[in-house]
Design a binder for this molecule. Structure first.
Ligand code: SF4
Length: 457
């Protein structure tokens, strides 16, 4: 097999990171190894995200840069396929071909498995020609997962990996474009997920994060023909002997059910850390966002979770300056964080954003909070989040905790791992390598974004 190189640039969420891994795994079976620079690449892929404002324009400007590389390679008689994948590809579709006719392939998030076939067609047509691009924008998630099951022979061994179990969303929050770009909710069968988990574990993975846009809305076919929820799936995955840690993201508050709460209580491999986006602390805004829950419901859900697993810490997403958000609505968001801390539902991390309209969403035409107010609110919110995070980390000081080591640090003899709560921990050790080891560490230092510790002997 002829050796080729692929350059891939990934934007956005963990789902895109997973999809990029799957694409490079698939291309690995065709002889493609990942490279760092577009100028070395026989194929350049932009795996795009539609969630941020002006995302589409950023893709076109990146395409403009890659086109120069493409032309330079083709002038030297080399291959230089240009691929746009992901949510911008899905949303913009053939418009991309009109604005950037030099793009070879447009692949929606459910169509990556089409890449080898499109590549073969393109090659057998007229290699290196500017013939019309291949477009694959079908919403066939089942086909995608069935066909993307390999691991690239060039894949370096990893300790942590993502595993996608669910895609799409039926909730239609008024600020979000996911239901339009990723389609309706689809859950993979438990069988195929368990098989993929075994493949990952056999390749050295010890910590798996299950992914889905609404991961806890999982309702796939179970092993005995009955539908399984995420709680049941976690139970089955917990039985894999060399799999040490399980996580899942992103969850919706209304899909936290009793089986999931029981999984946090009963399964030691399910890590005590949960990303559960709330977006706002104001009932008025939650309603306008079409979140299907109110503040009291969110807090009640947290209470049930920490009753089952008192060690559980949380992460969340917040939007400030949503259309119609008043000062009082914003204060409700700040007071929600205070209330969470009081009840022991600690916010160990959080992601906060100013509202920005996404084309085609219900809220987009009503963007009426002035940018300066959005910026002030975001700054205040981030200060509150930072204090909460620091307080959470402070509680870790002098504690002993199991750390799973993932990689070498930037300094000599430095190793980086994660606690059960996803905190990054740095230690120094003369060991040849700590990667892939779970070691007990005493935390003795707090940095702005990480902890430092000493290995227990
Ligand atoms: S639940 Fe809301 S925010 Fe999450 S993916 Fe669905 S529409 Fe988007």
């Amino acid at each position: 097999m002829q050796q080729k190189q692929v350059y891939i640039k990934t934007y956005g969420c963990q789902m895109n990171v997973y999809d990029s891994e799957k694409m490079t795994d698939l291309l690995g079976t065709l002889g493609y190894r990942v490279c760092e620079h577009p100028s070395e690449a026989d194929m350049m892929i932009l795996n795009t995200c539609h969630i941020r404002e002006k995302a589409t324009e950023k893709v076109y400007s990146e395409l403009g840069r890659l086109r120069i590389v493409q032309q330079a390679r083709r002038n030297r008689g080399l291959e230089a396929f240009l691929v746009v994948a992901g949510c911008v590809a899905q949303a913009e579709g053939e418009v991309i071909l009109k604005r950037a006719p030099y793009v070879d392939f447009i692949l929606g998030p459910q169509s990556y498995q089409a890449l080898p076939e499109l590549l073969e067609k393109k090659r057998s047509n007229q290699i290196l020609s500017r013939s019309p691009a291949g477009v694959a924008l079908e919403f066939d998630a089942e086909d995608k997962f069935e066909k993307l099951t390999t691991i690239s022979p060039f894949q370096e061994s990893r300790v942590s990996a993502f595993l996608s179990i669910q895609e799409g969303c039926d909730k239609f929050c008024t600020f979000c474009c996911v239901p339009f770009t990723r389609g309706a909710e689809f859950s993979r069968s438990a069988q195929s997920i368990i098989e993929e988990a075994h493949t990952l574990v056999n390749a050295g993975v010890r910590d798996i994060t299950l992914l889905g846009q609404n991961v806890n809305a999982y309702h796939g076919l179970g092993l005995k023909g009955k539908e399984w929820s995420l709680g049941h799936l976690l139970q089955a995955l917990s039985d894999i002997p060399d799999l040490w840690r399980l996580r899942y993201t992103t969850s919706h508050p209304i899909n936290v059910d009793n089986a999931l709460i029981a999984a946090h209580r009963d399964l030691p491999k399910v890590m005590p850390f949960l990303h559960l986006p709330v977006q706002s602390g104001s009932d008025r805004i939650l309603k306008a966002m079409n979140r299907h829950h109110n503040r009291a419901y969110y807090l009640k859900t947290l209470a049930s979770l920490i009753e089952a697993q008192p060690n559980l810490a949380f992460s969340s997403d917040f939007i400030v300056g949503f259309p119609g958000e008043t000062d009082s609505d914003f204060e409700d968001t700040l007071s929600l964080i205070a209330e969470m801390n009081q009840m022991g539902a600690y916010l160990a991390q959080a992601f906060s954003f100013s509202y920005s309209p996404r084309p085609g969403t219900v809220a987009a035409p009503n963007d009426n909070v002035p940018p300066v107010i959005k910026a002030e609110r975001l700054q205040r919110l981030q200060e509150v989040i930072q204090v909460s995070q620091q307080q959470f980390n402070q509680r870790s000081l002098h504690a002993k905790m199991p750390v799973l080591f993932e990689k070498a640090g930037r300094h000599m003899h430095q190793w980086i791992g994660r606690t059960p709560h996803m905190q990054s921990v740095h230690v120094y050790s003369d060991a040849e390598s700590l990667v892939g080891q779970m070691r007990c560490v005493t935390i003795d230092g707090l940095g702005p974004n990480s902890l430092s510790g000493t290995l227990e002997t």
